[in-house]
Design a protein around this ligand. Structure first.
Ligand code: XMP
Length: 323
């Protein structure tokens, strides 16, 4: 019989058997899958697990704190946070092309994560032999069902480590669909904000600024995004909407009139979509009063923004994200 209780019990036993008295590492992204995978492994092996969270400075308001405080409080997990904001911003300086941004963010992410892994191994010794991954059943099917090991090339020269680190994978969510993962997360006592989190791209707000990514623009977008999320939640729309990217058109300016003067500011785009699997999507028909509230608040409360527009394009032809 399928119950979350049975799934947890079965996985906990399997993980204990697999790991024995060795140790594991798990990367947290702020998303549901890695959080639930980490919580399951934590339940099985406790302090033999170390989680790593790379703060790339491209998260939305409050998300890093959610991992650092709420997730840790709920699970008691041992967490290593790497503050890499400056490194990412430096690497992204002057870059506007979306694919270029993705490449840079992906590359830096792997470097920072591997460095953290190497440090953990240097601290804790060679018994660190496992890497936890939040692979779901649909990912398994898509990739042909293989499982096994991850090869980490250690190009960081952290004292005394082998050139090539080989980890065995722990993938406790391999038999589960997304909704089942959420149920397991709930049963494990994870915060609602993490368990019910809508999809959010790995490159974060870096691909929601049309133009160069700067700290200033990120702060501005974070403020606008927080307002939109707050109002959508207050209106009870979170379950209806698949996700709602909020995009800053940093390279576009438009004239406005605010207070007692002319302004020359940036537009913010709201991109609410409904979807089953993100492959196709339709734009969400949000209630006008909710849109009005979001627009009024963003233009009043966020500096340099004097216009809010709604994206009414389906996918296809538009992608969900703007970049
Ligand atoms: P698009 O924009 O292609 O997005 O319609 C489909 C889904 O994927 C997410 N997305 C990404 N996720 N890295 C990710 O981890 C990315 O580079 C990326 N680009 C898009 C997007 O938020 C949507 O859920």
């Amino acid at each position: 019989d399928w119950t979350t209780g049975n799934v947890i019990e079965e996985q906990v036993a399997a993980i204990r058997e697999q790991v024995g008295d060795r140790r594991a590492i798990c990367g947290l992204s702020g998303g549901v899958d890695s959080a639930v995978a980490a919580a399951l492994v934590q339940k099985a092996i406790g302090s033999q697990l170390t989680c790593v969270y790379v703060d790339h400075g491209l998260m939305r308001k409050g998300e890093t704190e959610q991992v650092e405080k709420d997730f840790v409080a709920a699970t008691g997990v041992q967490l290593k946070v790497v503050d890499a904001e400056e490194r990412f911003l430096t690497a992204l300086k002057g870059v506007s092309d979306p694919e270029e941004k993705r490449k840079i963010i992906g590359r830096e992410f792997i470097r920072v994560f591997e460095q953290a892994q190497a440090e953990i191994i240097a601290d804790e010794g060679p018994e660190v032999a496992f890497l936890v991954q939040g692979t779901l059943y649909p990912d398994v099917v898509e990739s042909g069902g293989g499982t096994g090991t991850a090869n980490i090339k250690s190009h960081h020269n952290v004292g005394g480590l082998p050139e090539d680190l080989e980890f065995q994978l722990i993938e406790p969510l391999r038999k589960l669909f997304k909704d089942e993962v959420r149920m397991v997360g709930q049963e494990l006592g994870l915060p609602e904000e993490i368990v019910q989190r809508q999809p959010f791209p790995g490159p974060g707000l870096g691909i929601r600024i049309v133009g160069e990514v700067t700290k200033d623009r990120l702060d501005l977008l974070r403020d606008a995004d927080a307002i939109a999320r707050e109002e959508l939640t207050a209106a009870g729309l979170d379950r209806e909407i698949w996700q709602c990217p909020v995009v800053l058109l940093a390279d576009v300016r438009s004239v406005g009139v605010q207070g007692d003067g002319r302004t020359y500011g940036h537009p913010i785009v709201l991109r609410p979509v409904s979807s089953e699997d993100a492959m196709t999507a339709d734009w969400s028909r949000l209630p006008y009063d909710v849109l009005a509230k979001i627009s009024t608040r963003i233009t009043n409360e966020v500096r340099d923004v004097n216009r809010v527009v709604v994206d009414v394009t389906s996918k296809p032809p538009g992608t969900i994200e703007w970049e």
